[in-house]
Design a protein around this ligand. Structure first.
Ligand code: GRF
Length: 211
């Protein structure tokens, strides 16, 4: 898993993993921020936490090579982003095409980028939510696996709405990962259809560990 910050989604996924409800094992946490709270969470779960220097030059693909090597050394078959605050490039995206997921706190394609919950709140959206999608080389874009709606309540503060969207994320992400790892699926244009197709096996030779 890749994360940069608080790690509440990491925690939700790690809890599901500890209950054997994730459909795979979390092999390691890769974090680009020394001191991020997510690192301590990983230690509590006994999950290896690697703090790798963040890619310095967003356009230089070589900067991502240590991240790729760390994944390959551990035979990681799937990468989950959870609050990882960097755009990734071809060095990582190409080898993990169709095998890298992200969660975003809006109903994509609405409100991409930073502060998505605040953007929706200020725009007056009555319904917002969260999205799990495959990662592609574009900001918060890629085939959608699952979404959860959160309806804004009358007189709700931004902080209250944020808390409810985060709770929706913590429910949505682990269940979606389990389906992705264990059920048939295929990419159908802008979305992932479950229940048909080869699923993960079409993207990897053998289902090794997950991460
Ligand atoms: C979540 O809202 C996630 O959707 C977004 O970044 C936030 C990470 O929160 N990509 P946390 O670190 O998992 O608590």
């Amino acid at each position: 898993m890749f994360a940069s910050g608080a790690g509440s989604n990491f925690e939700a996924l790690a809890q599901a993993g500890a209950r054997a409800e994730l459909g795979g094992d979390i092999v390691a946490l890769l974090c680009d921020q020394p001191g991020a709270p997510v690192i301590e969470r990983a230690r509590r779960f006994g999950i290896e936490a690697l703090v790798l220097p963040s890619p310095r030059h967003r356009s230089r693909l070589d900067d991502e090579a240590p991240w790729l090597h760390a994944l390959q050394e551990r035979q990681v078959s799937v990468v989950l982003l959870a609050g990882f605050m960097r755009r990734l490039h071809a060095t990582l995206l190409d080898p993990y095409a169709g095998r890298m997921l992200n969660i975003h706190p809006s109903l994509l394609p609405a409100f991409t980028g930073l502060d998505a919950i605040g953007q929706a709140y200020r725009a007056g959206a009555n319904v917002t939510g969260c999205t799990v999608h495959m990662v592609e080389d574009a900001l918060d874009a890629g085939p959608i696996l699952a979404q959860a709606e959160v309806e804004r309540r009358a007189d709700e503060t931004l902080e209250q709405l944020e808390a409810r969207i985060h709770a929706a994320e913590h429910a949505l992400y682990p269940g979606t990962v389990r389906r992705f790892l264990t059920e048939p699926w295929r990419v159908d244009g802008a979305r992932v259809r479950f229940g048909e197709g080869p699923g993960l096996s079409s993207h990897i030779g053998t289902a090794a560990g997950n991460g």
